[in-house]
Write a protein that binds this ligand. Structure first.
Ligand code: EPZ
Length: 434
């Protein structure tokens, strides 16, 4: 296992190009199962989760080629509908295999995903939706078995206690595009990654109306054909680098962003007096961390899109830890998603957790320390906090980071950070956690 070593106190300066979105790539890979023709997917981020999804598709029988690190050609000519535990357990997003397997084969047997550190990851809404599409559902021995032999379109409501479900919406869309009749999905998730999936499905011949809204109308077709599709840029990676720029006191430009995907973060920047500029068509955004304008403490509540994304909550905790005053960050999507807080506290952050709220009292500085990554976005928060901290920070278990950020340390080096990836053996033993 590798570790990341950071020498803090150096501002980030420069431009970083954002990769394709992990959370679009994963359901889009699953969607290639809906046709026997070849789908060529470009601007695919080079991440362990994506490579893993490619392995799963191979296991299901698809031909999977990778002409270059960011381009995949997937042909699911002859596939089987069983995704075993040893494959699924490592990545929750493999639950998105359910929809396309039911749509294409009228049957799916997928191991139930485990939970993860950010909280329980139920799929009751996925199963409720499939039942509404006239599927038979059985759960036994840790597998969900879906009989879609009488699949047909219907009305379904996808709202849950925490709003809609992103992968649940993806699953319902992928089951409905080949289901006879009309499917109307109420309280659909409208995250940009769901929109990107719909855009690709339409290229494949699917009939989907009201894309981007909470109400989708899908007319089932008999067959879908192959397509070429370019993954939407990753708004979460873009946000992570912008917050890192503000935290480090440097000027960072992110390019290859999509206008409108960053509005909730830019609104938070405005409230917190973080200076930034978006160029006319919004595809480049620059944060001016070098302007020593005093940041203001704020309140943030994570919500389904277009609200503030839960995937940037940990990164904002780090920024507010170095912002004077009292900020309150409320996590409405995953109420326990605060694994980054004890690690930030080790760096001197003054954060108290009260239920689903992080009460963050800004401090003058953070001090580098050995910290432990726990999940994908928490790791990113620890890395950017290390950039701003005084002294040396070691981040362990950075395989979490590699799931969602393509060579983050290289991109940060190119922005001037003193950061390196080392084998764990090079970490002083007295610094290692258990
Ligand atoms: C997707 O997860 C993302 N992952 C997550 O990103 C992201 O945090 C999340 O959406 C919210 O935006 C992928 O797209 C691969 P949900 P997903 O179903 O689809 C509850 C990252 O860091 N719920 O929208 O699993 C659920 O417990 C990852 O990139 C039910 O109650 O999230 C949660 O509280 C982390 N029943 C809320 O809804 C269900 O059947 C949102 O979950 C499904 C979900």
């Amino acid at each position: 296992m590798d570790v990341i070593r950071i020498e803090g106190g150096r501002p980030l300066n420069g431009t970083v190009t954002v990769a394709g979105a992990k959370n679009a790539a994963l359901p889009i890979f699953a969607a290639t199962l809906l046709t026997e023709e070849t789908c060529t997917i470009e601007q695919v981020p080079d991440l362990s989760d994506v490579r893993y999804m490619g392995e799963i598709l191979r296991h299901l029988g698809a031909e999977v080629e990778r002409p270059d690190p960011h381009t995949w050609k997937i042909t699911a000519r002859h596939i089987k509908g069983v995704a075993p535990y040893e494959l699924v357990r490592k990545m929750r997003a493999s639950v998105t295999l359910l929809g396309p397997l039911v749509g294409r084969l009228r049957h799916a047997r997928v191991s139930l995903p485990g939970g993860c550190v950010i909280g329980p990851r139920p799929i009751d809404l996925h199963l409720k939706g499939l039942a509404r599409l006239n599927c038979g559902i059985e759960i036994e021995k840790g597998y969900v078995d879906v009989d879609g032999s009488n699949l047909k379109g219907d009305y379904l409501y996808l709202g849950g206690r925490h709003g809609s479900t992103v992968t649940g919406t993806a699953n319902m869309i992928m089951a409905a595009v080949l289901a006879p009749g009309i499917t109307r999905i109420e309280s659909a998730a409208c995250e940009p990654e769901v929109v990107d999936l719909c855009d690709m499905l339409v290229k494949m011949g699917a009939q989907i109306e009201n894309i981007g809204s909470h109400y989708l109308r899908i007319t089932g077709v008999d067959k879908l054909h192959g397509c070429h599709h370019r993954i939407v840029p990753d708004r979460i990676e873009a946000g992570t680098f912008l917050i890192g720029g503000a935290l480090s006191g440097g000027d960072v430009t992110v390019e290859n962003v999509v206008p409108g995907h960053m509005r909730s973060l830019l609104d938070v920047f405005e409230q917190a007096n973080v200076p930034f500029d978006a160029d006319s068509d919004g595809r480049r955004i620059t944060v001016f961390g070098s302007r020593k304008e005093p940041r203001k403490s704020i309140e943030i509540i994570t919500l389904p899109h277009p609200g503030f994304p839960t995937d940037l909550q940990a990164q904002m905790c780090a920024l507010m830890a170095l912002t004077p005053g009292l900020s309150i960050i409320t996590e409405r999507i995953y109420p326990n998603r605060f694994m980054h807080v004890p690690e930030l506290q080790r760096m001197g952050a003054n954060i108290a957790i009260e239920g689903a709220n992080a009460i963050v009292r800004g401090t003058e500085s953070l001090s580098g320390a050995p910290v432990m990554a726990s999940d994908l976005r928490a790791s990113a928060a620890l890395v950017i906090a290390g950039l701003a901290a005084e002294g040396e920070t070691w981040v362990q278990r950075i395989y979490h980071l590699d799931r969602g950020y393509e060579t983050m340390e290289v991109k940060l080096q190119e922005l001037g950070a003193k950061i390196e990836r080392l084998p764990e053996s090079e970490m002083p033993s007295e610094l290692k956690g258990e």
